[in-house]
Design a protein around this ligand. Structure first.
Ligand code: PLP
Length: 638
């Protein structure tokens, strides 16, 4: 499918759609708009593409309801390939002597399919795994059995964790314990001596370098995890004391996820490299430098150093790391270690797309402004009317304050019983007229003061989407994370509505009201008028951190998940389907017993039969409805 966009109508082109949603900025090589106005996925990066609208048609034909999370296996394959090829080129360019060995941090998306596919696609590069807990270690051991790949164990480790890791070493895997706190070392020494299995030890360093961005508390001297330089020296002394310095092979740091600025990445590498050299000089064999995660995703497509972006490409990231390592190590005549990165977000974010349909809308509507107020209208109402008449570009902010002041005064008087319900209603209408005019005027202003910036969103229509923000996009709620959202079809039509998107939980936080635009964020999303045909939106780049962090707010459960594979000739395969939670599933997660619930309803219905409130036939219908409800999807079913 061609990525060249053509004008579809005289008034609106698909290029304009691509621009307003910024898809060519954040889509990397994976997402574009077709000539017929649909979002196209290019799972191999560039090249062949498939229309998301066609995928939805295929799902509907198969009886699969919205919302659906799509996983594109080929995108995952492509991400791993790009990471390794990027480091491969940088290693060649600087004549670096070590290898690159990526590891995938399981916490970023722990789903079984993700682990299975990462180990499959990563096998040719000896791509390893990072486990931060016992369950993650057990999952890792079952899927990653390559003796050349690294299995990095971060996080708190108890006796069972350490024993499992030691047995993994005994079986020939490179399972590395990263010491995160001083006390962990004693446990590793003790278990290893008892079992007679030498461990591979790493140490997590607390960097003094601190990155910008949302997740920067993982770095800096006061970060929670890792050892400071003096504790690192204590660790070396202790290993020397017990004759185990030969087990110290890895230095690790992780100074935050989604690091937007390449300068921070360079600074951290150099600081860690100095410590690495220090450890080599202490006599430790070393050989592995693990730079943790942090490789960012350009969610807003601005290529800048804001929290939702990054000011570097994947190639620049690889070159910056290898260049700094090569020069620092060469200056000190230290052999080049293998480089590990624990890139999670950058590996899996592009892999998943959330699709949902719009169920309903709520328009922002105000009735006509009265031409005149009644003779006996309160003075405050006259004052409000005067504001409507005088508001213009020069007095916009003053009128905004006046409108709020008079409206609030009227509310106060209404509460005290000195103004009537009709007066209060009229005040509301005049007030919203003023706000609407001010919002329109802000479009002509060169600079919009902060307090006026939220007005378009206040006046926006609401579209209700068939999804739960808390289940599928928890970071939007928790940390205001920005994900690209756009319609997956009708992109050859001009969108004539400005909306915010609410989910179907009855929670006022369950809405998306920050969107990616072209080189900017916006408070409303331009969308099309609803018709009698389904209207579908996609939320993109949701493969990292969202699935397992999601919760059961309003008992809306896991969505359906469908895996899509696309051959190099463009043939589409629905290769795996995972049914989302049923009502009975989510009820059982919160301690209900669906069988007992059915019994209780049966009892209630039988009592109603006995009391002649319903017939036995009614009872059958009621029970069928109840049991169907239990089996049904937790989301809105058409
Ligand atoms: N490594 C460790 C130790 C982490 O804590 C994390 C996540 O916070 C990662 C790797 C993954 O980071 P990212 O998703 O930014 O690559």
């Amino acid at each position: 499918m061609s990525k060249n966009l053509k004008t579809q109508t005289t008034e609106w082109s698909t290029e304009q759609s691509a621009d307003i949603y910024g898809i060519n900025n954040w889509g990397a090589d994976y997402f574009s708009v077709s000539e017929s106005g649909e979002v196209i996925v290019h799972p191999h990066g560039n090249g062949v593409g498939v229309s998301l609208r066609n995928i939805v048609d295929g799902l509907t034909d198969r009886g699969m309801d919205m919302p659906v999370l799509l996983r594109f296996s080929d995108i995952l394959d492509s991400r791993i390939k790009k990471l390794h090829e990027g480091f491969g080129r940088a290693i060649q360019e600087f004549d670096y002597q070590g290898h690159y060995r990526g590891v995938y941090p399981i916490k970023v998306n722990q789903q079984q399919q993700v682990l299975e596919e990462i180990t499959e696609f990563g096998a040719r590069y000896h791509h390893g795994l990072e486990a931060g807990s016992k369950p993650e270690l057990i999952a890792a051991l079952t899927y990653m059995q390559d003796p050349q790949a690294y299995l990095i164990c971060n996080g708190y480790k108890d006796e069972e964790f350490v024993e499992l890791g030691l047995y993994a070493c005994k079986m020939g895997l490179q399972c590395i314990f990263v010491v995160e706190t001083p006390s962990e070392l004693e446990l590793i020494i003790e278990r290893s001596k008892t079992l007679g299995i030498p461990p591979i030890i790493g140490v997590r360093l607390k960097l003094s370098t601190q990155a910008s961005g949302h997740w920067n508390e993982s770095g800096g001297e006061r970060s929670v995890f890792g050892l400071n330089p003096s504790q690192v020296c204590d660790l070396v002394d202790r290993l020397k004391e017990v004759g185990m310095l030969d087990c110290l092979k890895l230095l690790h740091y992780h100074f935050g996820s989604q690091i937007p600025d390449i300068r921070d990445i360079r600074e951290a590498v150099v600081e860690a490299c100095r410590v690495y050299i220090g450890l080599v000089n202490e006599g430790a064999p070393m050989g592995i430098l693990d730079l943790g995660g942090g490789l960012a995703v350009d969610y807003d497509g601005s290529h800048g150093n804001s929290e939702a972006s990054r000011n570097y490409s994947l190639d620049e990231y690889c070159l910056a790391i290898v260049e700094n390592l090569t020069s620092t190590l060469n200056e000190n005549d230290v052999p080049h270690p293998n480089i590990v990165t624990e890139s999670g977000r950058a590996t899996v974010a592009y892999y998943s797309v959330l699709l949902f349909n719009i169920l309903d809308e709520s328009r922002f509507e105000i009735s006509d402004l009265p031409t005149e107020l009644p003779d006996d209208a309160h003075e405050l109402l006259h004052n409000l009317m005067a504001v409507v008449r005088v508001v213009n570009l020069r007095n916009v902010q003053e009128c905004f304050h006046d409108a709020y002041y008079y409206r609030d005064e009227i509310h106060q008087r209404f509460k005290r019983g000195t103004m009537s319900l009709r007066e209060r209603a009229l005040a509301g209408e005049i007030f919203w007229h003023i706000v609407t005019r001010i919002a329109k005027l802000t479009e002509e202003m060169e600079y919009v003061p902060n307090e006026l910036r939220g007005l378009p969103a206040m006046l926006a229509d609401i579209y209700y989407g068939n999804f739960s923000l808390f289940q599928s996009l928890p970071d939007v709620w928790a940390i205001d994370q920005l994900f690209p959202v756009m319609p997956i079809h009708r992109l050859n039509e001009k969108p004539d509505r400005e909306v915010v998107v609410a989910d179907i939980t009855c929670d006022c936080d369950g809405k998306i009201d920050r969107f990616v635009g072209q080189y900017t964020t916006r408070d409303t999303l331009p969308l099309h008028n609803l018709t009698d045909q389904e209207y579908y939106l996609g939320v993109f780049l949701v493969g990292a951190y969202q699935e397992t962090l999601g919760d059961l707010h309003n008992l809306l459960g896991d969505t359906n998940v469908v895996t899509i594979q696309v051959d190099t000739d463009g043939a589409l395969h629905y290769s795996r389907e995972l049914e989302g939670d049923s009502v009975a599933d989510v009820l059982s997660y919160v301690e209900y017993d669906p069988k007992r619930m059915i019994q209780r309803i049966r009892q209630l219905a039988e009592n109603a039969v006995r009391n002649d409130a319903i017939t036995a036939k009614d009872r059958r219908q009621i029970m069928e409805a109840f049991e169907n409800g239990m089996r049904g999807y937790t989301y809105f079913e058409r």
